[in-house]
Design a binder for this molecule. Structure first.
Ligand SMILES: [Zn+2]
Length: 278
């Protein structure tokens, strides 16, 4: 794959602002558990301001997959993200996925309206909460005008999806547990337990090796970072080192939407480059 400006790979610094929805959906007891909910709120109170300062000082733009519930409860944070030129993308209402076209269509309509109200723009891409995607989703996304998905895990990407044997203008920007910070920095003793702590330095060491491998093949990296965990100071410092390493090693750091538009424009859908200068 040829990337803009002779870059070696595309790099999307993507965040999932699950905030309280992560705790509300992983264990029903948490609706009455203010301390666990406060762990989710760490994202909007501490993590995101720290991350936005980092992105600003490094001069890069990122994508924030945002459950609309998060946007409803923390509108100022989401508005600030959009005003700074970052992308806000779809991630359910309460971090959920519906199992029929009709129910999911209604959920997307509701969530899109909330995000549009706050950011002034509709989301152009989506990431299924907890990785859930059903057979009907490609048709639904196409019908709703989405241009990318960040869900599939069978290919380092990017690639164009097919529906009924026909290529459609939806780009897959895959993700993986290797580039999900919760593989390294999420801990909870509450069921379902999760604790495999690694230092920020170890985490970004793995990411640097992964970047080198993907750059050799001209591929892409799309992150899944959760500000309530990676927003802690040592991880943000490590992320800064990673961003600098990525710049030095030929990464094109762009939002998911920019990468999707570029890929579409190079692969049979030139009209999707509109508004972008690659
Ligand atoms: Zn999520």
């Amino acid at each position: 794959m040829k990337w803009p400006h002779g870059k070696r790979l595309a790099l999307c610094l993507s965040f999932d602002i699950d905030a309280e929805t992560l705790w509300l959906t992983r264990n029903p007891v948490n609706v009455h558990h203010p301390v666990h909910l406060s762990r989710g709120r760490y994202s909007v109170k501490q993590g995101i301001p720290r991350i936005l300062r980092l992105l600003e000082s490094e001069g890069v733009k990122a994508t924030f997959f945002t459950p609309a519930w998060t946007a409803e409860h923390h509108p100022d944070v989401i508005r600030t993200i959009a005003e700074l030129g970052h992308e806000v993308s779809y991630h359910g209402y309460l971090h959920e996925v519906c199992d029929t076209y009709e129910k999911e269509n209604a959920l997307m309509e509701k969530a899109e309206n909330i995000l549009r109200e706050i950011t002034g723009r509709r989301p152009m891409g989506n990431r299924g909460p907890d990785g859930y995607v059903y057979d009907f989703h490609l048709q639904l996304w196409l019908d709703r005008g989405y241009i990318y998905s960040s869900n599939w895990r069978d290919n380092d990407g990017p690639f164009l999806h097919k529906l009924n044997g026909k290529t459609i203008p939806i780009v897959e920007l895959p993700k993986d547990g290797i580039v999900d910070d919760t593989s390294y920095d999420m801990y909870t003793l509450q069921h379902p337990e999760h604790y495999f702590l690694r230092s920020g330095r170890e985490m970004v060491g793995i990411w640097m090796d992964e970047l080198d491998g993907l750059a050799e093949e001209g591929r892409m990296m799309n992150f899944v970072m959760h500000p309530q965990f990676i927003g802690h100071p040592q991880y943000v410092r490590a992320l800064r080192e990673f961003i600098r390493y990525a710049k030095d090693h030929g990464a094109w750091i762009a939002t998911d939407e920019q990468v999707a538009r570029y890929y579409l424009s190079q692969n049979g859908f030139p009209e999707y480059a509109k508004g972008e200068s690659f």
